[in-house]
Design a protein around this ligand. Structure first.
Ligand code: B12
Ligand code: SF4
Length: 493
């Protein structure tokens, strides 16, 4: 079978947890989910291409032209809950022209499998991982297997939607993502210092249970240190990667695994600058080993400067731990970045001020103030759906809801106030002369300077008072497009 996977661009939404300039400058990342699917399908003997239309800034028409050249037997798309409508719009256009079966997958399928494929243009949905499902489904599409024998599939059978439950898989068994199908030198994130840049996912799930997070209490499913470092080495040697952001929910969840990964990186002499996400309750010795192995940035989930709110969101950390870990991180010469919430349960204007003053006191290199949202599968969402009897996200996926500001009954602050406070927090944090001076000194290239300067400029001068939908939204992008070159490479794989 010839499978074409398309990663579509997406617009800014009012219901998003991030404000628009953060979404815009966040970066250009490889569509990793599709690269895993591509590697799995290829290992099963199929021909696959990935079109990263977002990064290459391709229009629907341009993608269609390239697809006509590739002549796919089926199309595949990754769907998140929040950008469901954007992807559906792309599916509608391409399906109408190409008339081949459409397969969708992605996190949203775990939440709303039947609703997701209720749309006429979608034929199949992979509920969880592609590891077993995709080879079996492609076999079924070739007539070599029955659809009812494909694990983890949701499909249509004479007008009814049927669901075959998924089976647990070991992440260790996954092949490395097919990065050879991606424009690796076009990716970058806001704080990137080196090229080429890529993203790694080395473990799935998180054993903790924060009130606002969908990853809480999901099975921790790590890849072994050797597999992780083999993938890093492949990135270094085959794709010229010199900087990696590890997107695991909590990269340091298993201390011994992290230490072994660090040891292997050092043993192999891999000169890669890497970043990761970690809980704040990490010890000094582990931080030291990470620094020695090339870790340059750590993104910490700090969430709030108010001890009461930390308690209410079940974060399980204290202000003392926060101060201690940030101090160690900086002393070791690593950049410390902090994720914060605005509008958490029990939030008041006073607690937002406490959060901002903690962020300033910690002198973090980068901060993200997200508007607390009842995201599907979070305890916050379960509580809201339980009490209101309504599930906005389900209706959104079904196409019955519009993008709108969502209620936050867990705080007395209105959604408009939360929006305003989040913007004010960014502006206030970044406009301190000491921060601007230090940030400028730390810049290592013209591109980095340009990216940061433009981000700051927009934050100060073109930030709207209330977040608005943005039909013309274009995510920030460093390089001019070089699609023909990449298309030629992708086509002949
Ligand atoms: C890397 C990443 C990105 C990258 C690349 C996109 C991607 N997913 O490849 C970037 C930064 C671009 C991105 C963007 C966004 N992301 Co993101 N992303 C991730 C992240 C951290 C890792 C993805 C990954 O590789 N996982 C490991 C692989 C093995 O698992 P997987 O992604 O689930 O993929 C498997 C299956 O789902 C399935 N599958 C997935 N897609 C497809 C497609 C087909 C055709 C098939 C057959 C199967 C299939 O097979 C895969 C292999 O087994 C996940 C969190 C996580 N840890 O998974 C969030 C995550 C997927 N992202 C999320 C969100 C919210 C977003 C954004 C909306 C953020 C934003 N506001 O901009 C956008 C939306 C993008 C879009 N087009 O809709 C949410 C989705 C939640 C939801 N309810 O849908 C997640 C779960 C994070 C979270 N906990 O909130 N993301
Ligand atoms: S916020 Fe972090 S620690 Fe808490 S459940 Fe989510 S991933 Fe785990």
């Amino acid at each position: 079978m010839r499978l074409a996977l398309v990663f579509n661009p997406f617009k800014y939404k009012v219901h998003e947890e991030n404000i628009r300039i953060v979404q815009k400058y966040f970066g250009m990342f490889p569509p990793l989910s599709l690269a895993w699917v591509a590697a799995i399908a290829r290992n099963a003997g199929h021909q696959v291409t990935i079109i990263d239309a977002r990064t290459l800034r391709l229009t629907k028409k341009e993608v269609l032209e390239r697809l006509k050249e590739f002549k796919p037997d089926c199309l595949g798309f990754m769907m998140t809950t929040y950008m469901f409508g954007d992807t559906l719009e792309w599916i509608r256009y391409l399906k109408e022209e190409l008339k081949v079966p459409v397969i969708i997958g992605g996190y949203n399928l775990r939440i709303y499998p039947k609703e997701s494929i209720s749309h006429a243009e979608i034929d199949y949905g992979v509920i969880e991982h592609a590891l077993n499902t995709i080879p079996q489904l492609l076999e079924a599409m070739e007539g070599k297997r029955k659809l009812e024998d494909v694990v983890g599939l949701v499909y249509k059978d004479n007008g009814t939607i049927k669901l075959n439950p998924p089976q647990a898989v070991s992440f260790e068994e996954f092949p490395n993502p097919a990065r050879d199908l991606l424009p690796n030198d076009l990716y970058a994130e806001f704080p990137t210092e080196r090229k080429n840049f890529t993203v790694l996912v080395t473990s799935l799930g998180c054993p903790y249970n924060c009130f606002f997070c969908e990853a809480g209490r999901t099975v921790y499913n790590p890849r072994t240190p050797v597999t992780v470092v083999n993938e890093m080495q492949e990135c270094f040697e085959k794709y010229g990667v010199r900087e990696i952001d590890i997107f695991d929910y909590d990269f340091t969840a298993d201390r011994a695994r992290t230490i072994e990964i660090c040891r292997l990186i050092k043993e192999r002499g891999l000169d890669i600058l890497w970043a990761c996400r970690s809980r704040i309750d990490i010890d000094q010795e582990l931080l030291r080993q990470m620094k020695e192995a090339g870790c340059g940035r750590i993104y910490y989930g700090i969430e709030s400067g108010s001890p009461e709110i930390l308690e209410r969101v079940n974060k399980g950390i204290t202000l003392e731990e926060i101060r201690k870990t940030i101090k160690y991180t900086k002393e070791l010469g690593m950049k410390a970045l902090g994720f914060f919430l605005v509008g958490a349960p029990g939030e008041t204007a006073k607690s937002v001020r406490q959060t901002l003053s903690l962020a300033k006191e910690l002198k973090l290199d980068y901060v993200q103030f997200s508007k607390c949202l009842a995201k599907p599968l979070t305890p916050l969402w379960k509580q809201l759906v339980g009490s209101s009897g309504q599930d906005y996200w389900r209706e959104w996926v079904l196409g019955n809801e519009i993008d709108r500001v969502l209620p936050r009954p867990w705080t007395k602050l209105s959604s408009a106030e939360i929006d305003r406070l989040a913007k004010w927090a960014y502006l206030s944090y970044h406009s301190r002369p000491s921060f601007l001076f230090k940030a400028t000194l730390k810049v290592r290239s013209f591109k980095e300077f340009k990216r940061k300067f433009l981000g700051y400029w927009e934050m100060v001068f073109s930030q709207e008072n209330h977040s608005k939908a943005d039909e013309n939204f274009v995510a920030y992008h460093e390089e001019p497009r070089r699609l023909d070159f990449y298309w030629k490479i992708a086509k002949f794989k």
